[in-house]
Every structure is written in structure tokens, then in C-alpha cells.
Design a protein around this ligand. Sequence first.
Ligand SMILES: Cc1cc2nc3c(=O)[nH]c(=O)nc-3n(C[C@H](O)[C@H](O)[C@H](O)COP(=O)(O)OP(=O)(O)OC[C@H]3O[C@@H](n4cnc5c(N)ncnc54)[C@H](O)[C@@H]3O)c2cc1C
Length: 426
Amino acid sequence: MLAAFLGRRGDEIELYERRSDPRAGNTVGGRSINLALSTRGIHALAQLGLADAVLEHAIPMRGRMIHDRSGALHFSPYDRDPNKCINSIGRGALNTVVIEAAQRYPNVQVKFNHRCVDVDLDLPGAAIVNTETNESSIVRAEAILGVDGAFSAVRRAMQRTDRFEYSQSYLAHGYKELTIPPTADGGWRMEKHALHIWPRKSFMMIALPNPDGSFTCTLFWEFEGPRSFSTVHSDDEVRRFFNEEFPDAVPLMPALLDDFRENPTGSLVTVRCAPWHYQDKVALVGDAAHAVVPFYGQGMNAAFEDCVVLDECLTEFPHDRGRAFAEYFVRRKANADALADLAVQNFIEMRDKTASRAFRVKKKLDHTLEGLLPGVYLPLYAMVTFTRIPYKEAAERARRQDRFVYSGLLAIVVLFLFILIALAFG
Ligand SMILES: Cc1cc2nc3c(=O)[nH]c(=O)nc-3n(C[C@H](O)[C@H](O)[C@H](O)COP(=O)(O)OP(=O)(O)OC[C@H]3O[C@@H](n4cnc5c(N)ncnc54)[C@H](O)[C@@H]3O)c2cc1C
């Protein structure tokens, strides 16, 4: 996406991607096949005229479908407006649309099977290895943009500079992808327009629909502990665990045992660093700058929003790239930090609170207040997912709203008690 934004500006762009061309059908199995795309990501795509082309391949999800242990289902809409939904999109379809958009600019060259192994920040230049021929070369540029994900090679070079701040923290949970295949006639075995959640307090499974009738399920579970990825190995153990915890899902997962054995167990990292740029020569975008855990469904949306903000800053300071990079960092850093916190908090909400009646009541109260106080009260989830209010502002506003609502409710209860006492002794 960033190559498309920069290509539109007229810059000469060379994009080096270590993987092969995904359009040739080379997908990475067992690794987050689909994602939830929402307002921020759609806005970024729309800037490039790509939103409709992407949404054509997406499945709208209108709310959470909670599966309890007995198999009973509870639907909780994401918003009071049923048209507001998040969109399940396959990485393959999304990648194809954005790569083709970038390649439409003759000034953008995309080179697959090229891995960046190091960066000379001052030159600036990148050491690139062609993974098909094993040839190495140094590619020099006016500026290098590190869009190479949570384990960024570009960021690694910046970590060697003085006073560069860096931290990474892993969740105790890992994730494994599993599949619910389509029915024989290509239909969906569960409600298609929902994000399915099996909340089980300390762990959970979720499932997002795919256009081919399948669902991609992700089990988030502790790596270690008495009942964890480390204690369940044999087919019998896997079957027993799933029968106990997700009995309604088991009959829908004929390849469960194979998927569990063969798909990798991924880890979940939060990365924070500062600054995101080195002079006017190097900058970091997306997960390279701020990887977050996936529980708000915002990592990609935030990365796309980075592209929009960086493009705006380059427009505002056309003759001073250093200033544009610095301004981009200032505008995004606090928001990325806020999102990192929100994403961890939402894990607790999804795996634990969504199962409770209190959660459903709180969501209904949120939607009622939103209806009663239009433009004044906006639930946090709606601000993060359905608006472009900066993440930090959304988190602060939600805290203020909660204080206001809970102190208001407390005041009503106290008043009510006061009236009762007055009537009783009156
Ligand atoms: C289980 C899971 C579920 C998720 N669900 C959602 C969701 O629902 N919604 C959402 O918005 N986000 C979600 N995310 C987050 C999302 O995947 C990331 O935030 C997003 O992909 C970040 O994009 P990026 O381009 O910065 O990095 P990446 O997507 O990691 O892309 C980096 C690219 O750089 C390439 N690369 C890496 N190193 C090198 C190198 N040395 N040389 C050359 N190329 C290199 C990689 O091959 C890759 O193509 C999820 C993440 C996970 C793990």
C-alpha cells in the first residue's frame, strides 16, 4: 500500500519482498489467512480508489456470535446501526489488489524473493539477497522505508543507534489456525455474517468466514501451564480438549487433528520503539514500528492509517523529508502506544467478559446511550472500529464517558434510595 501511495506521488520506488509473488498461489499455510478490515483501513484503500475492489472479496461481520460450552449461541451486534460491520478479508485477495495498484505506476518496481539483511542508515543503503540465486547486492536510495513487519531488519539497524528506544513483550498465549470447511454445496456451516467467539476465561477460539464457505478458526491458548499447548500433544489429547471446550465446533472440523498437528503455533508480540525515523533517510511503517496483539483487529488497519498520515506529511513538507518523517512519527506514536494497550485489554474482554450476561447488558447500555446522546456518547469499540478518531483520543474519551456514565448511574441509585427512605419515614 505504501508503494502505491509513494508511486502516486511520482517517486521512483523499488519494493523488495522476501516472499515469492502471492499471486502465484504461494500462501503461507497456518498463518492468519483472513483479517478484519474496518473503517481506518477502508479509508486508506479509498484514498487509492481501491476500497470497492477489496470489499468485493470481503464478508461483512455484523457482530460477535458467542458460543458457550453447551453450544448455546448469543449474538451481540457491533453497533446499534446494523449497517456498521467489520469485514473478513483474505490476505491473498487484499495483497493482490494492493500489489496490482502499486504496479500500475510505472515508477514502482516490485521485486519478490529479495530479502533485506541489513541497512546502512547513513548511506542510506540496503543489503539485499536474491533468495532464488543467493546473489547479494547493496541497493542505494534517497530514503529507505521499513515496512518489513514485527521482526523488521530495517528496525534492527536502527536499534544499533544511540538512544534508540526499543521494547518487545510477548503474551503468555500463542495461536494456532484451524479450519471449518464449507458444506458439500459450498455454503457456510455457521452464521456467515458474524465473528464467532468461544470464550473460555483464560483462552478462546475465534472464527472468521471466508468467501469459499470455509471459516478460519484461531485458537489462542497459553504456551505453558497445566492445560496448554505444551501439555496437549497426542490426537487423543487434542480430541479430548476440543470435546470438552468446543463441543459444537468439533463436528464442523473434520481435519482438526491434522490441522492441530501440522499448523505452527505462532507467538503474539507487542513492539514499541522510538523514534520511527533516522534523519531524512530511513523511516518505519506498520508492524515494523508498532506491532500489536491482534485482539482489536486493528494491526493492519493501523498500518494502513500510517500510510495515509505519512503521505499527508510528505505533502505538507514537500521540500523537507526529515521534517515530514518527524511529523509522521509525532502524529502516530502516541496513537500506536494507545492501540497496543487497547489490544491487550480487548483480549481479556474477548476471552473472558464476552461470555457473561453483564457484558451483553453493558453493550446494550452502550448502544442505548449512543442513541440517546447522538454525537456525545460513542462506545469505545465504535470509536476504534467505525471512526478515524485517533486511538489515543478514543481511549481517553471512553474513560471520560465511563466516569460520567457510572457516576451518573450511582447518582440515580443514591437518589432513588433517598426517595425510598424519605417515603418510608415520611
Ligand atoms: C493471528 C493474527 C491475526 C490478525 N488479525 C488482524 C485483523 O483482524 N485485523 C487487523 O487489522 N490486523 C490483524 N493482524 C495484524 C496484521 O496482520 C498486521 O498488523 C499487519 O499485517 C502489519 O502489516 P505490515 O505490512 O506492517 O507487516 P507484515 O504484514 O508483517 O508484512 C511485512 C512484509 O515484509 C516482508 N519482510 C519481512 N522481513 C523482510 C526482509 N528482511 N526483507 C524483505 N521483506 C521482508 C514479509 O514477507 C511481509 O510480506 C493480525 C495478526 C495476527 C498475528
